[in-house]
Design a protein around this ligand. Structure first.
Ligand code: ATP
Length: 593
């Protein structure tokens, strides 16, 4: 179910865009109306993407105005724009159908029935010839999936689903062979005319067949307009200003070559453009089938009858949360429960189990017991943090794209991420502890449940830190460096490396998450150990036996490792850390968005 749009008109007047001190666009005037296929062409770096970004509201303009049917863009009006970015960013583990289904469920308002959403998916799949690859995974660098051309069409299909009145497409044909490029442009042209939509696309080197599909053409050169008007009149215009195109020459090649020549020609093109007033905004309006006043009225009608939501978001928080959890689970499942990850954990558990096999609890073997716990906690600290940090970049681009399109609330995404990842990240630690706990005889069945609970809490805390680091850091390399630094710090202050630290650094152990887990688990596992007489051989090396000490308790030994709080104090600290870090994680995401 696609809606045939009533006439709408986009007008860009005197648009200036500067970033810091650099001018990118200088007073650009352009426009398009329903049914148009406006092509933006120009040499690389001439400002084509910046213009699209400015229209889509993703780049702040320095001055000038952009209106749709005479109204300035606001959040609601912007929902009537679709923007297909140059990069095809998707969740790689989902199939194309799952991707389209997710988009339909989250970006089409809930007033449209499920059946209609399904019909809309079917229509678009057919129109863009995507049926063959509908159940293929999107794929990425590691897993082969859709081809480049299919990905490009999938990207366009996702935007078509929202049924925008104006579609902005950045380089739809880049990386496609000429036949595929021609077919795609043909599909876009048909879409524009059949459904009365406006399509604005930047394009690099169209074939002459594709060039003749454009209804309007905007030529940019160094951020300024070199030509704007009907594509069919561009060659006549350049001929009139003394730059004729040779017969049988591809018009697009000729125009691009013209715009990339010497300074003298550039200067002349700009002077002629000024002299002929070729690109004033009134030119757009005059060439329209309807007057400016008419389109304003049509625009108001359209708003009232549109299937687009008037609410801040197309769907409710609950729908967003539900769909995001569904997608997140599918995306994370393969990564977190990857067979190599599981095999690695099981092998390490068996290795640890063999190393500390059935060690009894005595003061002589206490370091071994502590070693088992230290080894396990260290492994899961690194594993959970690194897993989270490395998993985030694949999502970052998708979330950014979807959030910029106003698809869902950040809070819905965050809540969904926590919920969907949680059961997944706990499965492998459970298997790990099932092996190592019993092989190394840490304790009985009752203790096992508490032991496991504390370990899982520790894993979620480590994951929360990984999430904050992954969100805050600009790239994965830096994130991994920070994870390493923090974990090594955490290990140094955990208590395992029994050091006699100067008083002024002792507080640092409270910043170590390993310290909390290590402390808690050691207290739990050594509970009930008898006192030790200092005149026995097993006490000889124990530093707690000094001077006139006759007996020592397990509490004394643990205190010597800096473990000086009751176990519930450590567990509560981990619980509080979990809550604080989760809340902090949300605000870091908000800050970095
Ligand atoms: N955020 C930014 N900061 C500084 N310069 C920028 C920024 N964004 C764009 N530019 C510069 O503005 C110019 C125009 O960039 P833009 O991406 O719009 O060009 P383009 O015509 O789309 O190029 P291409 O065809 O290669 O994609 C370039 O010189 C680019 O380096």
């Amino acid at each position: 179910m696609k809606t045939k749009s009533s006439t709408s008109q986009l007008v860009v007047r005197n648009l200036v865009v500067s970033v810091k001190t650099k001018h990118i666009l200088y007073g650009v005037n352009t426009g398009a109306q329903s049914g148009d296929l406006l092509a933006i062409m120009g040499p690389t770096g001439s400002g084509k993407t910046t213009l699209l970004n400015a229209i889509a509201g993703r780049v702040q303009s320095t001055s000038g105005e952009i209106t749709m049917n005479g109204q300035y863009f606001n959040k609601h009006l912007r929902r009537r724009l679709g923007y297909v970015l140059q990069e095809d960013v998707f969740m790689p583990s989902l199939t194309l159908y799952e991707t389209l289904y997710f988009t339909a469920m989250i970006r089409i308002t809930e007033s449209v029935s499920l059946k209609d959403k399904q019909t809309r998916i079917d229509d678009i799949v057919k129109a863009l010839d995507l049926k063959k690859c509908l159940h293929t995974v999107i794929g990425d660098f590691f897993v082969r999936g859709l081809s480049g051309g299919e990905k490009k069409r999938a990207n366009i299909a996702c935007e078509f689903l929202t049924d925008p009145d104006i579609m902005l497409i950045d380089e739809p044909t880049s990386g496609l062979d000429s036949t595929t490029a021609h077919n795609l442009m043909n599909q876009l042209k048909n879409y524009a005319t059949q459904y009365n939509k406006t399509i604005i696309a930047t394009i690099h080197q169209p074939s002459s067949q594709v060039y003749h599909m454009f209804s309007k053409l905007l030529l940019l050169m160094d951020g300024k307009v070199a030509y704007f008007g009907k594509a069919s009149e561009a060659l006549n215009y350049f001929e009139r200003i003394g730059m004729p195109c040779a017969i049988h020459f591809n018009p697009a090649d000729f125009l691009l070559a013209l715009l990339s020549t010497d300074d003298e020609t550039s200067k002349k093109i700009h002077e002629e453009a000024d002299r002929h007033n070729i690109y004033t905004a009134t030119h757009v309006l005059e060439s329209s089938a309807v007057s400016f006043d008419d389109v304003c009225v049509v625009g108001i009608d359209k708003e009232e009858t549109s299937v687009h939501s008037h609410h801040a978001w197309p769907t409710s928080f609950w729908t967003q949360y539900r769909m995001l959890t569904w997608r997140q689970f599918r995306q994370s499942k393969g990564r977190i429960l990857h067979k190599y990850e599981v095999i690695e954990s099981l092998l390490l558990a068996v290795l640890g189990g063999i190393l500390y096999f059935q060690t009894d609890y005595s003061y002589k073997t206490l370091r071994d017991k502590m070693g088992t716990i230290f080894f396990s906690v260290t492994y899961w600290g690194f594993n959970c943090m690194i897993g989270t940090v490395t998993g985030f970049p694949a999502e970052r681009g998708v979330i950014k794209k979807e959030r910029e399109a106003g698809a869902y609330r950040l809070s819905a995404y965050y809540a969904a991420k926590i919920t969907s990842d949680l059961p997944l990240i706990l499965i492998t630690p459970v298997l790990f502890y099932c092996i190592i706990y019993w092989m190394s005889a840490i304790g009985d069945g009752v203790l096992f449940a508490t032991f496991l609970g504390v370990n899982l809490l520790f894993c979620t805390v480590a994951q929360s830190i990984g999430h904050i680091i992954g969100t805050a850091m600009p790239d994965m390399k830096l994130s991994l460096k920070l994870v390493n630094t923090y974990m090594l710090f955490s290990l140094l202050f955990s208590g395992f490396f029994n050091t006699h630290l100067p008083d002024w650094v002792k507080w640092a152990k409270y910043l170590s998450i390993v310290h909390y887990a290590f402390g808690c688990l050691n207290i739990l596992s050594t509970e009930g150990m008898p006192v030790l007489w200092c005149n026995t051989t097993s006490a000889e090396l124990n530093p707690t036996c000094t001077g006139n000490t006759t007996i020592i308790t397990i509490a004394d030994v643990l205190k010597d490792s800096g473990i000086d709080c009751p176990y519930f104090c450590y567990t509560a600290s981990l619980g509080i850390l979990f809550i604080v870090l989760r809340v902090l994680g949300y605000y870091v995401m908000k800050w970095k968005r």
